[in-house]
Design a binder for this molecule. Structure first.
Ligand code: NAD
Ligand code: LMR
Length: 329
């Protein structure tokens, strides 16, 4: 294998998502089966020992694509030369909390990380923020990296996207692979809007295939939007393997492209499309090609969808105001 390894930084490497993520990155599920990777694990000092244990297991797995592992306890070294950064490290919510409750606890992590990415990452850096509240944390990190194009900072709504695919497949009996053009709009929170009206099942309009508006409004949308809380309630911990899987899907799609005619959902910096205030990190229908994303423009938005999108975007504006108040942007 002659290719230069891609430098991948993972923060929160000793956490539960980290444990579900690292082995799959090292086996080619992040960038592709022929792309060697060098891992940089960033943790807080108290968790470095646990990260070392995970690194030992990575060595013991003898992954042919894994070109090396380094562990760091400071962002400057952790992001040095990074081509891809997965910002997972942050506190998860526990039962009874909304993701917005984490703003103050976690927002402070993303300012120094944005600064370190600005100063030390590679020119082609691509950032995915997983740590909650993911959209606003991505906004904070991007605000502190003025030399990096804002388009390189994204937030994860692919887990919501995959959850929506799963629920639609269960309802209709269609294979997941037959469902395309699904969109998560807005925030990765209970206000998000999973949109089936533009989605297709085996090429037919998904809402028409489902043919059950009550199910869409009263079951599908709340099930997807509140799935994170349901997992916490059932497992006692927030989602980990499905979150790691979605992070891999997000980055793989960003780097390798969306299928012809289909799109995915990504939290990206708004250019004002669909009335979403410019600068907010909101989820949109997005196509990717050659390592760049673009928002799918021109979809017709009916009154029902408009109300849902606006409600989630309003929450994003409020989160932006809150982090301004906290001096984080
Ligand atoms: P966890 O508590 O198991 O692990 C978090 C890890 O982050 C810990 O090892 C901790 O030491 C580390 N950490 C804390 N501050 C850090 C910092 N400044 N730098 C580097 N590392 C740091 O949590 P988890 O279950 O792995 O979840 C991580 C985050 O991902 C949470 O905020 C959770 O809410 C979020 N999450 C997001 C999604 C999504 O869809 N966007 C899905 C699931 C979880
Ligand atoms: C999820 O959606 O599972 C995560 O964001 C964790 C949470 O707090 O819901």
């Amino acid at each position: 294998m002659s290719r230069t390894p891609v430098n991948v930084t993972v923060t929160g490497a000793a956490g539960q998502i980290g444990y579900a993520l690292l082995f799959r990155i090292a086996s080619g599920h992040l960038l592709g089966p022929d792309v060697p990777v060098k891992l940089n694990l960033l943790e807080i000092p108290q968790a470095v020992k646990a990260a070392e244990g995970t690194a030992m297991e990575l060595v013991d797995s003898a992954f042919p694509l894994l070109a090396g592992i380094d562990i760091h306890d400071n962002p400057k070294d952790g992001f040095n030369g990074a081509n891809v950064a997965l910002l997972v490290g942050a506190r998860p919510r526990t039962a009874g909390m909304e993701r917005g409750d984490l703003l103050e606890a976690n927002g402070g992590i993303f300012k120094p990380q944005g600064e370190a990415i600005n100063a030390h990452a590679a020119d082609d850096i691509k950032v995915l923020v997983v740590g909650n509240p993911a959209n606003t944390n991505a906004l904070i990190a991007a605000a502190h990296a003025p030399d990096v194009p804002k388009s390189r900072f994204t937030a994860m709504t692919r887990l919501d996207h995959n959850r929506a695919l799963g629920q639609l497949a269960l309802k209709t009996g269609a294979p997941v692979a037959d469902i395309t053009n699904l969109t998560i709009w807005g925030n990765h929170s209970a206000t998000q809007y999973p949109d089936v009206f533009h989605a297709k099942i085996a090429g037919k309009n998904a809402a028409e295939v489902v043919n059950d508006q009550e199910w869409i409004e009263k079951t599908f949308i709340p099930t997807v939007a509140k799935r994170g809380a349901a997992i916490i309630e059932a497992r006692g911990f927030s989602s980990a393997a499905s979150a790691a899987n979605a992070a891999l899907d997000h980055m793989y799609t960003w780097v390798n492209g969306t299928a012809e005619g289909d799109w995915t959902s990504m939290g990206v910096v708004s250019n004002g499309a669909y009335g979403v205030a410019e600068g907010l990190v909101s989820s949109f229908p997005v196509t990717t090609k050659g390592g760049e994303w673009s928002i799918v423009e021109g979809l017709e938005i009916d009154e029902f969808s408009r109300g849902r999108i606006d409600a989630s975007v309003k929450e994003l504006s409020e989160e932006r105001d809150a982090v301004k108040q906290l001096g984080l942007i």
